[in-house]
Design a protein around this ligand. Sequence first.
Ligand SMILES: Cc1cc2nc3c(=O)[nH]c(=O)nc-3n(C[C@H](O)[C@H](O)[C@H](O)COP(=O)(O)OP(=O)(O)OC[C@H]3O[C@@H](n4cnc5c(N)ncnc54)[C@H](O)[C@@H]3O)c2cc1C
Ligand code: FES
Length: 274
Amino acid sequence: MNENIYIPKLAKIIKIKEEVSGLRPIKTFRTQFVEKNGFSHQCGQCAMLSVLGKGESMISISSSPLEKDFLQFSILKMGRVTSALHETEVGEIIGIRGPYGNNFPIENWKGKNLIFIGGGIGLAPIWSVLHTALKKKEDYGKLTLIYGARTSKDLVFKEELEKLNKKMNVHLSVDVEEKDWKEYVGFVPQNVTDKKPSPDNSISITCGPPIMIKFVIKALEELGFKDKQIYTTVENKMKCGIGKCGRCNIGKHYICKDGPVYSWAELKTLPQEY
Ligand SMILES: Cc1cc2nc3c(=O)[nH]c(=O)nc-3n(C[C@H](O)[C@H](O)[C@H](O)COP(=O)(O)OP(=O)(O)OC[C@H]3O[C@@H](n4cnc5c(N)ncnc54)[C@H](O)[C@@H]3O)c2cc1C
Ligand code: FES
């Protein structure tokens, strides 16, 4: 009998980490498939996470495909499903179907400098590709992360960011001045302009709120980056995740199937429905 593509695989939550508290809480969940019927993924792909009786949400897989022991998701509490996920505890079972979407073409980037630029929860899709590049550091040139959030309390992966500093260039920012904050103050695109990453032999990967992405791309263009050197993700609302319902479309593109990863050269040719 054919497998029903809408039926999620069961996964156990093995670790929950509170990344950000307050009004826009973010938690990171590590999960393991209950049976040996799980899947492997590629950098940038997503999965539909479900809580029984609550529904499903599309979430980026934030762990590297080279990490075989668990799948990781970092989730901002927004509404029905993400709130239900935030209420779960270690040991509970959730549903996962996927992996969905295309991926960052990281194999084509060998030998190049990679500049990761993220804002808020937008570091989640970047985290998977960043850690894959770090694990295969000898394959790539200089690795740089430019990442910011509204306040220092809103930065995700804080502990890991401190350790990351020893392995690659990390430039953090917060939107407004804070006591004891020693790094950049200002929006992420301004920090990009300030740090002036070189476009020579480089690829830039940017994820975050649409307004941030728009101005990061502008900043990169001013620094001399060409459209095909800039990659981003599109996070239109989704329902089926498999190119059937039409909820996520931009023109003829199904973002859940043809995206969510696009070079700016590709995205520019699509209608501005993102
Ligand atoms: C490809 C992709 C990758 C994503 N990756 C992540 C991730 O790694 N971590 C994460 O926290 N979130 C991610 N999201 C967003 C996540 O899917 C939504 O926040 C989630 O579906 C909201 O579900 P809910 O039931 O909690 O909220 P709902 O009750 O459905 O909605 C609550 C509010 O959120 C708004 N909303 C719902 N979905 C979206 C969306 N896609 N964009 C903007 N507003 C939305 C609704 O309009 C409503 O105002 C991703 C979305 C996509 C499409
Ligand atoms: S979410 Fe249904 S077609 Fe993309």
